[in-house]
Design a protein around this ligand. Structure first.
Ligand code: GLA
Length: 432
């Protein structure tokens, strides 16, 4: 198991001074502890350094963005950004892979725990991990046999998930260093703090045509919404499908690598706003058909426990469980409900809205307890990857994933966290 080797923030005196200024009201509702602290920020980038007590609790009691060093990749320093709000919700993001490393929320008794799968340090993310928390691209999900064409031009991509191309190839957007900029409350629309991450993908990278400039912006507000905005432009026609690959377990996931007694997520109740899903072949490529979910174990239009019917799938061709794209009801490009999740025991809830036409519901089928998988076992986390349909470049019936020069790719996906209090009659109280 990975040990906790995270580098610490600079001079303790600076941290204490910043903490004192905060305590004395020097932080106001702003997003940095003080000009001095900002100037001494971990990456010298305008975010205040994380205070020692806040690193563990994430509780700043206000909208704030802070930063701390998170190791190095090939001599490049990696920074972790901690977004927190007045309710104590805290989200950590690193500029390696634009990865969400933790999301800390309260349960119905006010117990604050991380609810997303990840590693305790950077080293874990540098191996071939299962895309924990990462931004996947240039084409998230699968392209059949790694081949597609644009006009008369044919392209061949790496086969990194036999016999297909998966999540951008050998070195996808989840394995590159992004240029990050913390966003204070004053720099965002409305009341929110965030981090903006930019990546320039050169023409021909991983076999994809066109130089692509991508911006991913994570923002957190006081209504417990974690919003992800994506934008991209290209200088040649290319294909593009971006997603975030967080694995969730609302029961709470210890951040320090302890896995003993960690429950699966099969008891979580899931609702998916989808009347159709995309059946797949034995290599997980959609057949092209949109199949009604009604009367099948794929029907989550009414809430069901994730584990309720998973055995039917495991006994069939879908040997590991759910790993399917659902065609969301509503219009692509329009923000709509994708999913609602309730974990009855902790009371934690999560609602997902997206502008994307689909959501890949994946039940962590390939998690095997290995070190590369952070020690997580099968079904200890699930993903709701908002995205376009897999293999769209080869499937004319699916919504277009071609991006041309002069066009702007845009996506917005919002996760809203909350707690459902017992006896609330199913009502969700959004608070942390
Ligand atoms: C996606 C895929 C899964 C699997 C995971 C990563 O969600 O749909 O089949 O490859 O990524 O392990």
């Amino acid at each position: 198991m990975n040990s906790f080797h995270r580098q610490r923030t600079p001079a303790a005196g600076v941290l204490l001074a910043a903490a004192w200024l905060c305590a004395a009201g020097g932080c106001g509702d702003g997003s940095t502890a003080s000009p001095e602290a900002a100037a001494n920020g971990a990456a010298g980038n305008g975010a205040a350094p994380v205070q020692p007590n806040e690193r563990d609790t994430g509780r700043t009691g206000m909208l704030a963005v802070q930063s701390e060093p998170f190791g190095e990749v090939d001599g490049q320093p990696i920074t972790q950004y901690l977004l927190s709000n007045k309710n104590g919700l805290a989200v950590s993001i690193i500029d390696y892979g634009a990865i969400v490393t933790s999301v800390v929320t309260s349960d119905k008794d006010g117990r604050r725990e991380n609810i997303t799968l990840g590693f305790a340090d950077l080293e874990g993310y540098l191996g071939k991990d299962p895309y924990f928390g990462a931004i996947c691209g240039r084409y998230a999900n699968r392209i059949a046999r790694g081949k597609f064409s644009i006009g008369d031009e044919q392209y061949e991509l790496a086969i990194n998930n036999e016999p297909n191309h998966l999540h951008g190839g050998t070195k996808g957007f989840n394995e590159v260093v992004w240029q990050a900029r913390p966003l204070s409350n004053e720099m965002t629309e409305g009341e929110a703090v965030g981090v903006e991450l930019k990546y320039h993908s050169p023409d021909g990278e991983e076999g994809y045509p066109g130089a692509l400039d991508v911006t991913v912006t994570y923002t957190l507000d006081n209504d417990d919404r974690l919003r992800i905005d994506y934008e991209a432009v290209t200088d040649k026609p290319t294909v593009l499908n971006l997603t975030n690959h967080c694995y969730w377990n609302l029961a709470g996931v210890p951040p320090d690598g302890r896995r003993e007694g960690l429950p699966t997520m099969l008891d979580h109740e899931l609702m998916l706003n989808a009347d159709h899903y995309l059946p797949v072949d034995e290599t997980l490529i959609p057949t092209g058909e949109l199949k009604p979910v009604a009367g099948t174990p794929f029907d989550f239009t009414e809430p069901h426990k994730i584990g309720e019917r998973i055995g039917v799938l495991k006994a069939g061709v879908e040997n590991g469980g759910y790993d399917h794209c659902y065609a969301l009801n509503g219009q692509p490009g329009e923000l709509k409900l994708a999913a609602r999740v309730v974990h009855p025991e902790s009371g934690r809830t999560m609602q997902v809205q997206t502008t994307e036409p689909g959501v890949q519901f994946y039940t962590g089928n390939f998690l095997d307890g290995s070190e590369a998988n952070g020690g997580f076992e099968q079904h200890q986390g699930f993903c709701l990857e908002c995205q376009h349909y897999p293999n769209s470049p080869n499937e004319k019936r699916f919504p277009e994933t071609l991006l041309k020069p002069g066009e702007v790719y845009r996506q917005t996906t919002i996760h809203q966290f909350g707690v459902q209090l017992p006896g609330a009659g199913g009502a969700v109280k959004v608070s942390n």
